[in-house]
Ligand binder design. Structure first.
Ligand code: NOJ
Ligand code: CA
Length: 558
């Protein structure tokens, strides 16, 4: 095996996810932007991350906050200009970090020129064939073409009306109504995205995060999805035709073509798949040597705080990735799920489609315990083989924000679920850089902006999770992350490479990595430190020399 300095950077990298609207506001309008990110590069550098991933920054009507792209080869004016983006790429590199952009190939915005052209064009015309238009069922086409549901709630089909106000065809949108799905059978769609990849690679980006990478191809004929009981009979391996929107064989051909493009550029360009597939053997199929570099391990993100489950899941992931020679990519948080502080305490799994699990019962929430577990989980994640993705605010242990007033909720899920599911805004509140309220706690360059005036309001308690209150403060979660990342850099046995389990009882996950490094995570009653071990880092203070409950510890062992 190659050493860390010899192998591709994406095998070991810790990548920091920037949700651009909520990271830092450079022009004072209350919405994050490129200028804001540039001003915070020194923060990211000193935190110790290797790469940043920026959520979609393209021109967009923002119906899904940028995941509805109107033009893939430009920058949303609210966020800056193409020149600003180029400067950010350059300066990120000068800080010794890589930069990944988000690409959204499953659907565009309904404002994309191609969709607008399709709307103006007659039924059956080539312009319509770039998307998925179908006649409705029923006597007058009044029923949707099949029973598919939008991930955000309600039917996945929207019926158009013609210029005379008469109803006509339906189009497919697996997400919001404003996000029509592309027809990936169409060669122009394929060519368009290859051009987009090159456009950004030419501008120096190091890679792409591929939005819903497993959704691009649909099963031929667009068959109905059978009832859940029938699907359950297939266990983990549901045949392609019964999950006609997800993880179809045909997606792999697309990624093989993309890999060729990535490989044609110097410097280990990469792509990471957002593919909500399971078990790990399905994830591995995206990571075959001629396909993608990384694919998020969502089994990890949806895990309960339960040692035997976690251990089994880690085992399966490590084994499955080894079969294809790829590193696992661990993730505990992103902009789509309830914050880990809440999840680990309340036993929320956050499978994307089971949105009812999103919030849990706040009356049962013990934030101290949740925080403790999230901190322990971080040390577990950063010690495992492969790379890791962390989400802005995770390094501050911010909890889910549950008190956003209903009239300020802006996630399309809120409306599309018939106002049942509050959606994902609770993990997207703009970062508090300062404890004092001015400039929305330093989020904005406009010091007159109040916390309530940020695009999503910051709650009155938000300042207590500020960057300012944690940087350089012993015992803070920021310090825990920055120390962990510094150790990780110096430990050549961390990142990609082998691990070995240590049996320390049913309530403990323990393993070693090369270089006499060990990680112990204790889920049960306090346990003794292994004999002769030196503590490198601990997620909570030891008590009488023992590792307390819900604590992870990094050790140098004999
Ligand atoms: C996954 C993204 O992470 C999410 O935020 C978005 O709403 C959907 N894909 C649709 O693009
Ligand atoms: Ca701004």
């Amino acid at each position: 095996m190659k050493s860390r300095s010899e192998r591709e950077w994406w095998r070991d990298a810790v990548t920091y996810q920037i949700y651009i609207r909520s990271f830092a506001d450079g022009n004072g309008d209350g919405i994050g932007d490129i200028e804001g990110i540039r001003s915070r590069l020194p923060y990211l550098k000193s935190l110790g991350v290797d790469a940043i991933w920026i959520t979609p920054w393209y021109p967009s009507p923002q119906n899904d906050h940028g995941y509805d792209v109107a033009n893939y080869m430009d920058i949303e004016p609210m966020y800056g200009t193409l020149a600003d983006a180029e400067l950010l790429i350059k300066q990120t590199h000068e800080h010794g970090m890589k930069l990944i952009v988000d690409i959204v190939p499953n659907h565009s915005s309904d404002q994309h020129v191609w969709f607008q052209e399709a709307l103006r064009s007659p039924i059956g015309s080539p312009a319509r064939d770039r998307y998925i238009f179908r006649d409705g069922k029923g006597e007058n086409g009044e029923l949707p073409p099949n029973n598919w549901q939008s991930v955000f709630g309600g039917p996945a089909w929207h019926r158009l009306t013609d210029s005379d106000g008469n109803p006509e065809q339906w189009y497919l949108h697996l997400f919001a109504v404003e996000q029509p799905d592309f027809n990936w059978e169409h060669p122009e769609v394929r060519a368009h995205f290859e051009e987009i990849l090159k456009f950004w690679l030419d501008r120096g980006v190091d890679g792409f995060r591929i939005d819903v990478a497993h959704a691009l191809m649909k099963y031929p004929g667009l068959p109905d999805i059978p009832p859940a009981e029938e699907l359950a009979a297939h266990g983990e391996f549901v045949p392609d035709e019964f999950r006609p929107t997800w993880d179809q064989e045909g997606v792999h051909e697309i990624y093989r073509a993309w890999r060729k493009i990535l490989n044609s550029y110097p410097g280990d360009r990469m792509a990471v798949a957002e593919a909500w597939v399971s078990p790990a053997s399905r994830i591995a199929r995206y990571l075959r040597p001629d396909e993608l570099a990384n694919s998020f391990n969502f089994d990890f993100l949806t895990s309960l705080w339960e040692p035997q489950y976690l251990k089994g899941m880690i085992n399966r992931a490590v084994d499955a990735m080894a079969e294809v020679g790829a590193p696992p990519s661990w993730v505990f948080n992103n902009h789509d799920v309830t914050r880990s502080v809440d999840r680990f305490d309340l036993g929320l799994q956050n499978r994307q489609v089971n949105t009812f699990e999103r919030q849990g019962d706040p009356a049962k929430f013990d934030i101290a315990r949740g925080t403790r577990r999230a901190r322990a989980g971080a040390l577990l994640m950063l010690a495992l083989p492969g790379g890791a993705y962390i989400y802005q605010g995770e390094e501050l242990a911010v909890p889910e924000v549950r008190d956003i007033p209903e009239d300020r909720l802006s996630d399309p899920i809120w409306k599309m679920s018939g106002y049942q599911d509050r959606g994902r805004d609770g993990c997207r509140v703009p970062i508090a850089w300062k404890s004092a309220p001015e400039g929305a706690h330093g989020f904005s360059s406009n010091s007159a902006l109040t916390p309530d005036q940020a695009w999503l309001p910051q709650s009155p308690w938000w300042g207590s999770y500020s960057v300012q209150s944690q940087v350089g403060v012993a015992g803070s979660t920021h310090s825990l992350y920055s120390q962990a990342l510094a150790i990780r850099k110096n430990e050549s046995g961390l990142g990609d490479g082998p691990m070995q389990w240590i049996d320390a009882g049913p309530n403990v996950i323990a393993f070693t990595r090369p270089g006499n490094f060990a990680c112990f995570v204790n889920f049960g009653a306090p346990i003794d430190l292994p004999e002769g071990a030196d503590v490198l880092l601990a997620s909570a203070e030891l008590i009488d020399g023992k590792i307390p409950t819900d604590t992870a510890i990094w050790l140098r062992v004999k």
